[in-house]
Design a protein around this ligand. Structure first.
Ligand code: FES
Length: 252
């Protein structure tokens, strides 16, 4: 390898922080974890939502959380840890009250994602994987959110804030800091990382129908199809023969 070493953009990835043994998991949490397990035919199928519930309580995947999940799922803590460290939505260190994600994958980056990240990082005074001293915000570079039609995208507690600019982002952070309500472009008014994690664990907060569920760019293909009378083929129907001129034009 040449003089320069490869630098990862994910310094916060890796092991669960075993040194931080603090936990708020109590009897009520354990009863709710059991409730999640009861939703599935196999206890181990409940690992992902259980991890979200642990995050809703401890703000991260805590060592105690790992232990309890392993016991209820009938697997080892190492296996639970393997799942928690594979998926990037599970945090190894405490999230802030609001967890900010800035997409820096190709399309968002081209549309200003890196500039947005730099501005948010400067405004909060924290870097990737860090949390502000008062615990209000944590920041993370994230990979494609499947919202490229709204690039560049910022997420707050996994909710989408589309077509973001540094100016709009800093205003949103200032509003959140003083508790002013902020509405994402799609979804319900922002709450907190922990409250959202509870919803991801499958505990309905009754706000699923609040806000817009899909933006115009995402629905454009559907409206064009409706306009032209296009429909998906019926399951099992034979594929339509392609017109010869279309085949020639395809370059195949
Ligand atoms: S590249 Fe950012 S949402 Fe897809």
């Amino acid at each position: 390898m040449s003089g320069k070493e490869f630098q990862t953009y994910f310094p916060h990835s890796g092991r669960i922080d075993e040194a931080n043994t603090s936990t708020e998991i109590d009897e009520k949490t354990i009863a709710e974890l059991e409730e999640i397990v009861a939703r599935y035919p196999q206890p181990r199928s409940a690992v992902l939502p259980m991890l979200h519930l642990v995050q809703s309580v401890d703000g991260r995947v805590s060592p105690r959380g790992l232990e309890v999940i392993a016991e209820l799922a009938g697997i080892t803590p190492a296996q639970v840890s393997g799942v928690a460290t594979f998926y990037t939505m599970y945090r190894k260190h405490p999230a802030g009250k609001h967890h900010i994600g800035i997409c820096v994958t190709a399309l968002c980056a081209v549309m200003g994602g890196d500039i947005l990240y730099d501005k948010v990082s400067e405004h909060l005074g924290v870097g990737d994987g860090e949390t502000t001293a008062d615990g209000s915000f944590s920041l993370e570079r994230i990979e494609c959110n499947a919202a490229c039609d709204f690039a560049p995208v910022m997420m707050v507690n996994w909710e989408f804030l589309d077509n973001m600019t540094p100016e709009k982002a800093t205003q949103i952070l200032d509003d959140l800091a003083v508790g002013r309500p902020v509405k994402p472009n799609r979804g319900a008014t922002l709450t907190s990382f922990k409250e959202n994690e509870r919803v991801l664990a499958g505990f309905n907060d009754g706000r699923a129908d609040e806000g817009v569920s899909a933006g115009e760019p995402s629905l454009l293909g559907l409206s064009i199809a409706k306009e032209r009378g296009w429909a998906a083929p019926k399951p099992g129907a034979a594929p339509k023969e392609e017109a010869p001129e279309a085949k020639e034009g395809s370059g195949k």
